[in-house]
Design a protein around this ligand. Structure first.
Ligand code: BV8
Length: 229
């Protein structure tokens, strides 16, 4: 990686699979017989808030019980040691395993399981408990907290910041994502247009594999440390 200065790393559910967190499309993306695209939407929340709160209460508990795996730890070491330029981990994941694996430059474009968002006063709060019992917002006292998650049809967080990082990167690495969800699935094209090398590390071919300069297949806990070292 001698000629590389600025790196953007996109991660998806596959990097946390070996930490025991379910991916979306391996087990056909169903939850209590509801397609995730139905549960993870503002319409789904309006239609059945208790179902959606339960879905994320369960995900939050699973995130808290999970531990970072060798892939998260390797990216943590890379982030801590990368002094040659910028490095940004843009994750689609809502878990905090990158941070617990030692990474600091992490951006959660689809929100975080351990954050609650008050639809009354717009405050965000670190949240480890359940939301389905309608707890009061610590800032305004109203029972108007929802998961701080970007649902289908909602604008992902910090898109300006992400596109700026991609425009300036020399290397774009995609880890553990199927390339099924936009705008994240389009980042590799943006990186290519910016003249960056693009590398995919994934268990199997993804929808975007043909676009990458290089694809390495295998389990993240094995191929990510091998790439970092
Ligand atoms: C938006 C939070 C616009 C919820 C998530 C038609 C065409 C193009 C786009 C659209 C379209 N129709 C609708 C859209 C837009 C839509 C979209 O892309 N839909 C898809 C389904 C077609 N996108 C949106 O709505 C986005 N917003 O477009 O806004 C806008 C404009 C103006 C104003 C307002 C809005 C918002 C999308 C965000 C949705 N929220 N997550 C939650 O997490 O509960 S998306 C969800 O999918 C997760 O974030 C997840 O990360 C993401 C992508 O999935 P992956 O991470 O890739 O997981 P997946 O299971 O699919 O794949 C896992 C991969 O890992 C596999 O390849 C597997 O092989 C690999 N793997 C498994 N094990 C391992 C492994 N690899 C290595 N090692 C292993 N051990």
């Amino acid at each position: 990686m001698t000629d590389i200065r600025n790196i953007v790393i996109l991660t998806g559910a596959g990097i946390s699979a070996e930490s025991g967190l379910r991916t979306f499309r391996a087990d056909d993306g169903l939850w209590e017989d509801h397609p995730v695209e139905q549960v993870a939407t503002p319409q789904g929340f309006r239609r059945d808030p208790d179902l959606v709160q339960r879905f994320y209460d369960e995900r939050r508990a699973q995130v808290r019980a999970a531990n970072p795996n060798a892939a998260h730890l390797a990216l943590g070491r890379l982030d801590m040691g990368w002094k040659r330029g910028d490095l940004l981990i843009v994750t689609q994941n809502i878990d905090d395993l990158h941070e617990r694996g030692g990474a600091a430059r992490v951006l959660h474009m689809h929100g975080e399981a351990l954050s609650a968002w008050c639809t009354n006063c717009d405050a965000r709060h670190r949240w480890t408990g359940t939301l389905r019992n309608n707890p009061p917002c610590p800032s305004c006292g109203m029972a108007s907290l929802r998961p701080d998650i970007v649902w289908f049809g909602e604008m992902p967080y910090r898109m300006e910041r992400i596109y700026r990082a991609i425009a300036g990167c020399d290397l774009f690495v995609s880890i553990g994502t199927s390339g099924a969800v936009y705008p994240a699935a389009g980042f590799v094209q943006e990186a290519g247009r910016a003249g960056a090398r693009t590398l995919e590390l994934n268990l199997e071919e993804s929808l975007g594999s043909r676009v990458f300069s290089e694809t390495r297949l295998g389990k993240a806990s094995e191929i990510v440390p091998a790439w970092v070292e």
